[in-house]
Design a protein around this ligand. Structure first.
Ligand SMILES: Cc1cc2nc3c(=O)[nH]c(=O)nc-3n(C[C@H](O)[C@H](O)[C@H](O)COP(=O)(O)OP(=O)(O)OC[C@H]3O[C@@H](n4cnc5c(N)ncnc54)[C@H](O)[C@@H]3O)c2cc1C
Length: 384
């Protein structure tokens, strides 16, 4: 077995590291304060190709393998998870449906501007009454000649307010539901009948917008059904394939956040003196640090192994769900210990661990809660 990273991926990792340390790290507090990512940072990310990391080179992307993509997410999330979310929908949940199941014409039409970051694409599946049970969506798409008319509401949509394009899942045959009755569309903004609704005020992830989208007689050309006529009714399967990869990249991101939490905890443990000694000399603190490091190592190994497996073209549904489950739960434990090591200071906004603790919480919820990951894993086990 070869555990060395390929040369091109190591070079990419070094470039990202430099960007993270020199540009992002100093801006993290400002992003938190302003609840916005400075436009020049977004532009730098466009120039580095981050909006098209996983898009094949023929469409203007970097064509990185999954392993490379995971390493980028890990590094960026080390300092700011909101920054990751600014470009992750373009590489992941927003664009993958087009890449996996789009027609050649759709790939040509949409992917180059997504890869360059000129356009932002979001993914709209969740609705007020359909979260974990995504098959219960009600947004309807009724055919009228060479158009579909969309009506319904989507909620919690990452980058929903700023998106130029949205991959939208809607019901085209209520009798069939997820088994042949849900279709994936690409909807451009602005389109009459599509409005941005409520902008959520969140516990964390400041700098990453989460919006409601309202469709009222919104007309979308049949040409924008992902995969064309023959994919009408097959959008749910497209969405599930897309989420498999999203789970893995989110696991990678969780590893990055956990690494930062550990780094901060080690630093603090060396500096903070109590009972005449740095607290890092107390074995109860050492035990926490050792546990954190061990769990991060386990999570990181799961991510790299699963990414490698995906890059070999092998199925990863179970392993991606396991990675997401383990790494996000591990992140929760690591952040909790890191904050504990900071004592009262960890509860204060001037210490970065306070933000990381809040940013981390949602990883156990979005792109499928921990409970749903367990259901996915068990289903695969029982099928095997
Ligand atoms: C910040 C943020 C960004 C998001 N971005 C997007 C996005 O870009 N696009 C998008 O489409 N969605 C997005 N979401 C939605 C996200 O994927 C859902 O919130 C998530 O899938 C959970 O759905 P829910 O919130 O409706 O919770 P619910 O489904 O209502 O779950 C509530 C609780 O019940 C549990 N539960 C539900 N069913 C079962 C079961 N069968 N067995 C055991 N326990 C169960 C859940 O695990 C959870 O603990 C985002 C959410 C957040 C918070």
């Amino acid at each position: 077995m070869d555990f060395d990273l390929p040369e091109d991926i190591r070079l990419m990792q070094a470039t990202i590291n430099k960007f993270v340390n020199q540009t992002l790290e100093p801006l993290s507090a400002q992003i938190e304060e302003d609840d916005a990512i400075p436009e020049d940072v977004v532009q730098s990310m466009r120039e580095m190709g981050l909006f098209g990391m996983s898009v094949p080179e023929e469409y203007g992307g970097l064509g990185l393998p999954t392993l490379g993509e995971c390493l980028v997410y890990e590094e960026i999330s080390r300092v700011n998870s909101s920054v990751r979310m600014r470009f992750s929908t373009n590489n992941g949940i927003g664009s993958l449906g087009i890449l996996y199941d789009g027609t050649p014409e759709q790939r040509e039409r949409f992917l180059p501007s997504i890869a360059s970051g000129e356009k932002t694409i979001a993914f709209a599946l969740t609705e007020p009454d359909a979260g974990s049970d995504a098959s219960a969506i009600r947004t309807s798409a009724v055919r009228d000649g060479d158009q579909f008319v969309l009506n319904g509401r989507k909620m919690f949509i990452t980058n929903g307010a700023i998106a130029d394009l949205i991959t939208v899942l809607a019901v085209t045959d209520p009798d069939k539901g997820a088994r042949g009755g849900i279709t994936a569309f690409v909807v451009a903004k602005p389109t009459p009948g599509l409005e941005v609704g409520k902008l959520e005020k969140k516990m964390g992830l400041r700098g990453s917008g989460t919006a409601e989208l309202i469709f009222e007689d919104c007309r979308v050309p049949v040409d924008n059904v992902i995969g064309g006529e023959e994919m009408i009714g097959r959008g749910f399967q497209t969405a599930m394939k897309v989420l498999d990869k999203g789970r893995l990249t989110l696991a990678a991101s969780s590893v990055g956040m956990a690494r930062k939490a550990l780094e901060l905890a080690v630093l603090y443990a060396k500096q903070r003196v109590q009972f005449g000694r740095p607290i890092g000399e107390f074995q109860l603190i050492q035990g926490m640090l050792a546990q954190m490091a061990t769990e991060i190592y386990a999570g990181q190994t799961m991510v790299y192994r699963t990414a490698w497996q995906k890059d070999q073209g092998r199925p990863v549904r179970k392993e991606a769900a396991m990675s997401k489950l383990y790494c996000t739960e591990m992140l929760g434990r690591v952040c909790d210990s890191a904050l504990q090591i900071h004592g009262g200071m960890g509860y204060m906004k001037e210490y970065a661990i306070e933000r990381i603790y809040r940013d981390a919480r949602v990883t156990r919820i979005y792109e499928g809660t921990s409970e749903i990951q367990k259901l996915v894993i068990a289903k695969e086990l029982l099928r095997d």
